[in-house]
Design a protein around this ligand. Structure first.
Ligand code: FMN
Length: 409
């Protein structure tokens, strides 16, 4: 399947380095030419001879040699020249951080930088605390924006005897990613949203009853933030309008923080005129108290609060959208498809993403989502459980298809 393809496998100093032997064997079974670069630290975890024998190629570790051959004098250039794909598995926090900062202080990091715009896949493996640290996440995001694809680690037993997220993805999954990129061409064109002005909303709104109480919902902003980040990775110019959230605003996006549905509506209207695409992932309150008390309401017996509907932002925009692409979200508990189709029509949307918020691992507060994407022709695409980033990429894929279709029309 991979005949004629050369894969450079970078192995760094993780306890999971022994799994690189199996990765090589599986790539060789698919007839790939595998060239291995190890870090000096990786060589403490697994023997060079093992990887050399399995790959049937010399294993490279050092930057500087004195044999006099061209390959030895400029190894980073000669090796990267031959690459169809660069896979780093396992990738330590260290190599990810170094490449994210443009550091090239050993053969692996230097060759990664010399790879230019060829596909790079990284399969991180590390302790959960490292994996979830802001420093690591920042580096990962930086590389994603530069076009590097990540094969997410799994949850499971880690070397430190702790359980958590950070265990190297399964060899099956790593091989599948390589095949997807090399054979199926499943590497989104990193800049397929280049030049597009994208407006994304995230989080939930708060409708104040008095200065210290509000009607809200459990939205965390994760889906909208994932949409903003992935749009940025794909080259878009992003404005993110979010309700209150604990998430740190992504870098280099225009970020507008709001609280109420009215504020959200105003911010969206103000920015819509400059946008090509709007994706409304925010959970905007449908009702607000008719009046907000100036002072904190004291506890005394029953309390009745009159609610009135908030403005329907999407419906308003549906009437003035012209050629813009608009995508809405529907968080439903019953009659999913029927309710979503009604919403799509009423708000003149191009796509609606619907999730059953009663399902585990979907909707509010979850790291993952299970959604269906419905288009104007009533086609329903069902996505299995995916991380919110993966769902976001699929939504952008669908939007890019619409852009291309409109261009061809
Ligand atoms: C036993 C042991 C296991 C380690 N496992 C990992 C790991 O899985 N992931 C990681 O990022 N670092 C791990 N480290 C730390 C790295 O080896 C260390 O950061 C090193 O500098 C990485 O160098 P390299 O990226 O150049 O290979 C481990 C260290 C030890 C001593």
């Amino acid at each position: 399947m991979l005949t004629g393809k050369t894969i450079i496998l970078g192995v760094s100093g993780s306890i999971a380095a022994y799994k690189s032997a199996e990765i090589i064997r599986r790539l060789k079974d698919l007839n790939a030419n595998v060239r291995v670069i190890m870090t000096v630290n990786a060589a403490k975890f697994i023997g060079e001879i093992t990887l050399q024998t399995l790959s049937q190629n010399p294993v490279y570790i050092n930057m500087f040699h004195d044999s006099g051959s061209l390959e030895d004098s400029l190894p980073h250039i000669t090796i990267s020249d031959t690459a169809d794909l660069f896979l780093v598995a396992p990738a330590t926090a260290n190599i990810i951080g170094k490449v994210a900062s443009g550091i090239a202080d050993d053969l692996l990091s230097t060759t990664l930088l010399s790879t230019g715009n060829k596909p790079i896949l990284m399969a991180p493996a590390m302790n959960e605390r490292m994996y979830k640290s802001h420093i690591y996440k920042h580096n990962e995001k930086k590389l994603q924006i530069a076009g590097v694809r990540f094969i997410n680690p799994e949850y499971g037993k880690l070397a430190c005897e702790e359980e958590g997220e950070g265990r190297l993805a399964s060899v099956d999954s790593i091989i599948q990613h390589v095949v997807d990129v090399l054979i199926e061409g499943d590497l989104f064109d990193t800049y397929d949203l280049k030049g597009k002005r994208v407006l994304v909303t995230a989080g939930g709104t708060r409708e104040y009853i008095d200065p210290v109480r509000f009607i809200g919902n459990p939205a965390t902003g994760k889906m909208g933030f994932a949409l903003a980040h992935t749009a940025q990775v794909r080259g878009a110019n992003v404005t993110l309008i979010s309700g209150k959230t604990l998430l740190a605003p992504p870098e280099s996006v225009k970020y507008i923080s709001v609280e109420t549905a009215d504020q959200m509506g105003k911010a969206v209207l103000d920015n819509f005129k400059h946008a090509d695409i709007l994706v409304m992932a925010a959970a905007v309150g449908d009702f607000k108290p008719k009046r907000t008390e100036k002072n904190k309401i004291k506890r005394k017996g029953m309390l009745k609060i009159d609610l009135e509907p908030t403005d329907d932002i999407l419906e308003k925009l549906g009437k003035i959208k012209n050629s813009r692409i608009t995508v809405g979200f529907a968080a439903e508990t019953n009659n999913l498809i029927k309710n979503a189709r009604t919403k799509l029509k009423k708000k003149n949307l191009d796509l609606i993403v619907v999730n059953d918020v009663t399902q585990p691992d979907a909707g509010f507060e979850s790291e993952t989502n299970i959604v269906k994407i419905i288009d104007k022709s009533n086609n329903v695409e069902e996505l299995p459980k995916r991380t919110k980033e993966e769902v976001a990429h699929r939504i952008w894929d669908r939007i890019v298809d619409l852009i291309n279709k409109n261009k061809g029309a």
